[in-house]
Structure formats: structure tokens, C-alpha cells
Unconditional design. Sequence first.
Length: 368
Amino acid sequence: EKDGFDWFMRKEIFEQPDAVAASLLSRHTATGALQLDEVRISEDDLREVDKIIVIACGTSFYAGLVAKYAIEHWTRIPCEVELASEFRYRDPILTRDTLVVAISQSGETADTLMAIRYARAQRAKVLAICNSNGSTIPRESDAVIYTHAGPEIGVASTKGYLTQLIACYLLGLYLAQVRGTRFGDEIAMIVRELETMPQHIQTVLDNAEEVYALAREYVDATSVLFLGRHAGYPVALEGALKLKELAYIHAEGFAAGELKHGPIALIEDGLPVFCVVPPRGRDQLHDKMISGIQEIKARGATAICLAEDDDDEITPYADRLIRLPKVSTLLQPLLSVVPLQLFACELATLRGHDVDQPRNLAKSVTVE
Ligand code: M6R
């Protein structure tokens, strides 16, 4: 049942630290090497993989977009991400050495199922990332990584998404281990950082009240934008999807660098814009994000920034500031998406919508 929460969705958001911990459990051997025992594709075959294509729909597709950043960085295998509903209609190039990764919380999504059937008919290998044991997509795949989030009842995916990210990170690290593109120590270090994530997610949840105050402030908004860069870009897309699904508000996510190529024309006085600020690092992403924020503020938008704890540089530019624990860039989506989930859930509640059963939507979409 709902354990005292008003919605299954809110309960599931608050279950995320446990869900992520469960997804990480028993993934390595005594020697520290990663093992994903549901992967029934031989290590020799995995060493031959020359292309990865991730296929999924909706929120699972956005998990796939994050996966691309991590998998390519760690394995150096080219990785494409494609909407399942588009995949088989474009005559994709598939060989025995293509690894198709199908991400589906329910394991029953028709678009994704049809895409993997097509891929297998072309002799590609298919690995499913799925939350529902024994569902159709893992049954029809060559291998499966289960996400162990526990049943997700709310139509909007939350803990399903976070645990899909975990499975994608583990897959990337496992491939790096098998192919030797990363040293064992480096892999072990990233796994150790992954293991600290449940406590960091809890820290973000402990500040839910701050996000609820924002939802009260913007309860009458007619449009909300979300900006991100690098792994924060798919988070912006996911934040927008959550708000559309639950609050029925016009919401769009953009790569911050694309602003000047068009979307900046949408900026007007008082428009709320969530900005997923990348961690400061050796690249220039953080500074470039700041210049994007300056551009939207100069046109009257309100910048609601999600930024890491000790990021003082952002303070003068942020109209509102939500702090996130400091973690590496590739893992930040596990934290930055959480306030966006809370915002959508709370705003929809305040508007009087049914958060668990949003209009026109079903938990698993079994028609193409
Ligand atoms: O079960 P799946 O992961 O295959 O579902 C894919 C999408 O239908 C799903 O993520 C949908 O976008 C959710 N309503 C998102 O909250």
C-alpha cells in the first residue's frame, strides 16, 4: 500500500535510495571484478561488439541518452540511442557484432518488443534492461539485467528510471572490464562512487520541502523550460516529460547550447527555467551553462538552478537554488532528476490531478 503517502508515485520517489541500493547489490565478486550473471552473451562475443544501439520509449529512452555518455566514455564503443517506435522503420544497419540494448521498465512495451524482434531477426544480440521478472522483452532477449526496483505502480516512472541508470552504468563498466578499456582500479573506484549514491539521493529527498515551496510558487505556470548539458541534457528532457504527464503543463527540455539556435525566442518575462548545472571540472561546461543562464535572465526568465553543494560561482546567477551533493558528472543525473520528479508530483497534486493515473496514459503501452 501507500505507506502513509498520498500517491504511489510519491512513495516510489522516496523509495529511490533503497531501489538504487538493491540494484547495486551482489554485482561484484570477492576479487572486486564486476559480474552481471544474467548476461548470457560470452565475453568473447562482447569483445567483438563494434556498435551499441540503445532502444526504448519515454523515460526509458531518456535513461538511454544518459547511458550513451557513460558507455562511450568508458568503453569507446560507438553507441546510438533510438526511439523504439522509429528504429525498425529506418532500415538500421545491424550485424552479429551489434549489441542492441532494450530498456523497458515493464518489459511489455509493444514498440520496444517489435524493435527487438526486428533486431534479432537481423542477428544482432539483444540485452534487455528490465524491472519486471519474466516479462516478454527479457524472455525474448539474449541477456537481461534486472533493475530490482520493486513494483512501480505510479504511471510516471521514477524509481524505474533511477535503477535503469544504475543498470546502464553497470553494463558500461562491465563492458570496459571485459574489453580492457579501463583499468580494474578505475572501475572499482566508479563502483565505489555508485555505492555512495543511495545516501546522496536521500540527502536530496531530505530537502523536498524546498522543492514543494517552488511548486506552490509556480502552481499557475503555463509553461516551464528545462536546460541541461552533457549528462544533464537528458535530465532536462525527463524533467519536462514528468511535468507534461502529471501537471498537463507545456514543458520542454533543451540542450543549453541549443538555446541560441532557436528556443531562446520562447523566453519571456517571468518564465520559469530549470537549469541543471554541470559539476565544475576540467571541461568548460559549467562556464558555458552560466553564459546560457545569463542569456535567459537578460530576457526576464527566472533561473531555477540545480547545482552542486560548493558551487559558489552559480550563486549570483541563480534566482532560486537547489543544492545537490557533489558527485562526478556522469553520475549526477541520479541526483539532479529527483527534485524535478518532486516538483512535477507536487505541482500536479496542487492542481488537483490524479498523480498515479494521469489522463490518457497507461502504465504499459501494449499497442504500437
Ligand atoms: O515500461 P517502459 O519502460 O517500456 O515504458 C516506456 C514509456 O512508456 C514510459 O517510460 C513512459 O514514458 C512513462 N509514463 C514515463 O513516466
